[in-house]
Design a protein around this ligand. Structure first.
Ligand SMILES: [Zn+2]
Ligand SMILES: [Zn+2]
Length: 991
């Protein structure tokens, strides 16, 4: 068993090496099964594809840590595990990036032309677009790199075209005029979700519109409207008033002369108009306001678009043509003022929508767009897309929800959105992306869309057979392609059987995926759209046996886990402006990936934001260091054992540790008749002894033969208990509980206690009992190796390194990640946990009293222990049989039971027992008096507090029974301690 670890734990030195190894060996590849072969219940998970322009941030790191822990856990549990990575082509972001690059060369996109520009974007992607995945590789994500995709890949692009043409011919994609949120900066329509509304201070201008035919100088000469965007006046087609507004009854049926444009426009009556806002008269500009557009439709009004895509006034704006919207506003107001048509100007708070990406003020603008009709009943009588996506989270015929949300509250958010969903605008005025597969005919001006399954572009108009066709210049919203990912990455629409059969077997084996882990911010953008499109298209794919797929078999994923937000240590949201952004790569460089992963895991639980504190990461780096040192200690002992011919057979590793080697009987066990179950109840709280419920918990602890030493039986029991807790916690996404259980076990139980005790057993002297030494060493290696496996999903690098060191070149598999995860074994004997706690309590008490009494470390002192039945202390009678351990840990010469209560100095009283250090040295009487006086005051205060609570009827009526019980018990304990302290004080010599 060769092994070699450098003296110092240096994460940088080991992490890069293993990260490269995992990728190079393609260790986490999950190949498609051979045709005819089937994978049962795989664990499949898709990486939410980061933007190809992206850099890793803390949110990614949390998301990927959570996914990686689960993927590694499932893989180690023996499930076929597939985690698919990829990137999104990110239309707007990427196009902006490349345009900026071109600008530095003095070239514009338009000058370059579409084809050359697209080539430049591909070039950019090849050069820079892998940065974020490279970061992922460095962080050790256990994804199948052989399946890496890019949303513009040929296969995925075919799926996009197929989805579009199918929906179009099913009547669910249409082209329509619509007032969109237009971003003049990005020069594209953006969805409602990408507009950030904030209240800003603006103005409300009153403008007088002359009434046609009204006599001059009469009060009825003008109708005054109020507007926050006077420049849109150029596109006004009417003014609307409420039909019952008494102020304007005389204007019914009249027309107005639009100022500056001198166009006659009607006054229309509509109940939508609010009589309380402004003057109660509203100018109507259908091309630049969604409400006006709707009103215009109702009253058959034309729409006049007065702005170009950059928000400059166009040819419909008369003399203002060419002016930017704000320059036009200024000029228009001046001109109105000059004509005496400008009325009162009010300060006005208004909600301004800005583009989330470029921060430009959104300009509502009428344009022709492509939409997915999410609420339209398809011709074949199926549910609508929105209905399907709603049913996907409701209980099915078997009472189970096809998709389960965690935390459950997001289900409600999702359903609420689905209920109020509008048609989905899927077009982007960009060059970079999937070009919309529709063709315009120059002859008849109609649209031709290829039939589904048609790979080639149409050459003739479907309506007039004309050959002059031009493809739509705009591209699809990136969410359209990423919404298809769960079906498209597994080969849809080519579900074979094709030549090698792979595409079809992939889809049939890995779809639906098991889990999606993602952030709340893209619940609607992405999660909801994957559900709509996944259910729709997968629903049309029959099962391999030819039967129709149920909804539960059509959903893109069975579970959605919405992860929390990573905030800074003060719980503030991280933002560039605040300057509190933590770069995960920097932190990783400083503390190692394992420590950062463990920090995130230790705080991650459903619905709780993470306050990332570097101090914690520092602590977990120390934890990694502790494990490293434990490994070095183990290896040192293995070497020493080898010198006297003791070796541990590697074949005994790799499973759950057990204790096959019995320890020869020790002398002096008392008989178990001394104890009863009720004696133990004082300190069994907190441990589950359900297995031993009907047995005497002291069975075995005191049996005179056939047992390994207590610490060996205890560490094995403790390990099994921890493994059960970790498995249970991970099944519930309680990363925090799982991490904490492992941490407590490894640092507390294993390093602080077990490693100390096992030193007694590792006897390599001439006179050593070699069988006992070998047994101890074997348990040590077994538990340590198994603990590494338990920790591996959380700290993959450290565990990989140490695990390989145990085996040298003889590792049974290529990686610890391919070994078996410690499972939950309910048959394990947990009673040693209970016995060991007696030893720990006494050792802790002796150590504390030694310090208190000022006993120098080098002094080995005798100790007396006293307890009695009333204090549940009988369990401590096992102590004499573990005297060697207690003496070693507490630097005691002996630990003897005292039948009579202890008197004199150097006594420490715990609830269940008292100990006394027999120490001759002068005690500091004033200090001892001060301590006891303080103790008495504290105990008295506690007792008074408890009495007050127990005397409070309201409290007693409300508090749960166990709380009241606990309080009573504690009060009794405190009374006892108070008595002890008082008599100790009285026993001190007078001043
Ligand atoms: Zn923008
Ligand atoms: Zn035509």
């Amino acid at each position: 068993m060769p092994h070699d670890l450098p003296k110092a734990y240096d994460p940088a030195a080991i992490e890069e090496k293993w990260a490269e190894f995992w990728v190079k060996e393609n260790l986490f590849a999950q190949p498609a099964p051979a045709p005819g072969e089937e994978i049962r219940d795989p664990f499949t998970i898709l990486l939410p594809p980061p933007n190809v322009t992206g850099r890793l941030h803390m949110g990614h790191m949390l998301n990927q840590t959570e996914m990686d822990i689960l993927a590694r856990w499932h893989r180690m549990k023996g499930e076929k595990t597939l985690w698919v990575p990829g990137t999104d082509h990110a239309g707007i972001a990427t196009q902006m990036m490349v345009e900026r690059q071109l600008a530095t060369e003095g070239i514009s996109r338009q000058a370059l032309g579409r084809e050359a520009f697209e080539a430049r974007v591909w070039q950019w992607r090849d050069q820079y677009g892998k940065a974020i995945l490279d970061q992922m590789k460095r962080l050790g994500a256990s994804v199948d790199w052989s399946r890496e995709y890019f949303t513009m890949d040929a296969g995925l692009s075919v799926a996009v075209r197929e989805a579009f043409t199918r929906l179009y011919h099913q009547g669910l994609i249409y082209r329509g005029a619509y007032v969109v949120n237009w971003c003049p900066g990005c020069q594209t329509a953006v969805s409602d979700l990408e507009v950030v509304h904030e209240e800003e201070t603006g103005k409300l201008w009153e403008i007088r519109y002359p009434v046609v035919g009204a006599p001059d100088s009469s009060s009825a000469q003008f109708l005054t409207i109020a507007t926050t965007r006077p420049e849109t006046l150029l596109g006004d087609v009417a003014v609307a008033i409420h039909p019952e507004d008494e102020r304007y009854l005389h204007l019914h049926g009249k027309t107005l002369l639009l100022p500056l444009m001198n166009r006659e426009i009607p006054i229309v009556l509509d109940t939508w108009v609010s009589r309380d806002f402004g003057t109660g008269a509203v100018k109507i500009t259908p091309a630049h306001d969604p409400n006006d557009f709707a009103l215009g439709q109702r009253h058959n009004l034309p729409s006049i678009n007065v702005m170009d895509p950059t928000a400059r006034i166009n040819e419909n704006g008369g003399i203002y043509q060419g002016l930017d919207r704000y320059a036009a506003r200024k000029r228009i107001l001046e001109d109105l003022d000059a004509l005496g048509l400008l009325g009162t100007i009010h300060d006005h708070k208004l909600s301004v929508g800005r583009c989330d990406r470029s921060k430009d003020v959104i300009e509502p603008r009428l344009s022709t767009q492509w939409f997915v009709a999410v609420n339209k009943k398809p011709r074949n009588g199926r549910p609508t897309l929105a209905e399907l996506a709603t049913q996907a989270v409701m209980p099915g015929p078997d009472g189970k929800k096809p998709i389960q949300f965690t935390p459950a509250m997001y289900e409600k958010t999702y359903l609420n959105w689905m209920e109020n969903i509008y048609d989905w605008c899927i077009i982007r005025q960009l060059w970079w992306g999937h070009r919309i597969p529709t063709w315009h005919c120059a002859q008849c001006h109609q649209i031709t869309v290829p039939e589904p399954g048609m790979a080639s572009d149409p050459t003739a108009c479907a309506h007039c057979h004309g050959a002059e066709l031009t493809q739509e210049t705009d591209v699809l919203d990136t969410w359209f392609s990423s919404g298809l990912l769960p079906v498209s990455v597994f080969g849809w629409p080519f579900l074979g059987p094709d030549a090698d059969g792979t595409a079809s077997t992939d889809f049939h084996n890995f779809y639906p995926t098991t889990l999606l882990v993602t952030g709340f911010d893209i619940l609607f953008f992405w999660v909801a759209r994957m559900i709509m499109l996944g259910c729709w298209f997968a629903g049309d794919v029959p099962l391999p046996e030819g039967t129709k797929r149920s909804l539960a078999e059509s959903v893109p994923f069975k579970n959605v886990y919405i992860h929390a937000l990573v905030r800074d240590a003060n719980r503030e949201k991280m933002s560039k402006t605040k300057g509190n952004v933590i770069d995960p790569i920097e932190i990783v460089k400083q503390y190692g990936t394992d420590a950062v992963r463990f920090t995130l895991a230790s705080m991650a639980s459903p619905g709780t934001d993470i306050a990332f504190n570097v101090a914690r990461t520092e602590g977990y780096r120390a934890f990694a260091n502790k494990i490293w040192n434990a490994a070095r200690f183990l290896f040192m002992n293995i070497d020493r054992a080898a010198e006297i011919g003791i070796t541990v057979d590697p074949a005994t590793l790799g499973g759950m540790p057990s204790l096959a080697t019995p320890k020869p009987a020790s002398e002096g066990f008392v008989t178990r008749q001394d104890f009863t179950r009720s004696d133990m109840e004082g300190f069994v709280t907190g441990h589950d002894f359900s297995r031993a419920e009907n047995a005497n918990p002291m069975d075995g602890a005191l049996a005179p033969e056939g047992n390994a030493p207590l610490e060996a039986r205890w560490i094995v029991a403790e390990f099994h208990k921890t493994a059960a807790e970790v498995n249970q916690s991970l099944a519930n996404y309680r990363y925090d509980d799982a991490a904490s259980a492992i941490y407590q076990f490894f640092w507390g139980s294993f390093c602080d206690w077990y490693l100390e005790i096992v030193k007694i057993r590792l006897d390599f002297s001439e006179t050593a009992d070699k069988a006992a030494t070998k047994a101890a060493l074997t348990t040590f290696v077994q538990v340590f190796e198994a603990s590494l496996r338990l920790l591996s999903p959380f700290m993959p690098f450290l565990t990989e390194e140490v695990w390989h060191s145990i085996y040298g070149d003889d590792a049974p598999v290529q990686s610890i990640a391919l070994t078996q995860y410690p499972c939950t074994d309910t048959s394990i004997d947990t009673r040693p946990i209970y016995w060991m706690s007696a030893v720990q309590k006494v050792v802790t008490a002796i150590r504390a009293q030694r310090k208190e009494s000022g006993v120098p470390d080098k002094e080995i002192v005798p100790v007396l222990v006293h307890t009695d039945e009333n204090r549940g202390g009988h369990a401590f009678s096992i102590l004499p049989y573990h005297e060697q351990v207690v003496c070693y840990l507490a630097r005691a010469a002996s630990v003897k039971k005292s039948i009579v209560p202890l008197t004199g100095a150097n006594i420490r009283s715990e609830a269940e027992f008292d100990i006394q250090i027999v120490y001759e040295a002068q005690i500091d009487i004033p200090a001892e008096r001060e301590r006891l006086t303080k103790d008495i005051a504290k105990l008295e205060k506690n007792i008074t507090g408890a009495e007050r609570q127990l005397g409070n009827e309201a409290f007693l009526a409300k508090a749960p029974a166990h709380v009241v019980e606990g309080l009573k018990k504690q009060e009794a304990e405190n009374r006892l301690l108070l008595e002890k302290a008082k008599s100790a004080l009285a026993a001190l010599p007078p001043e």
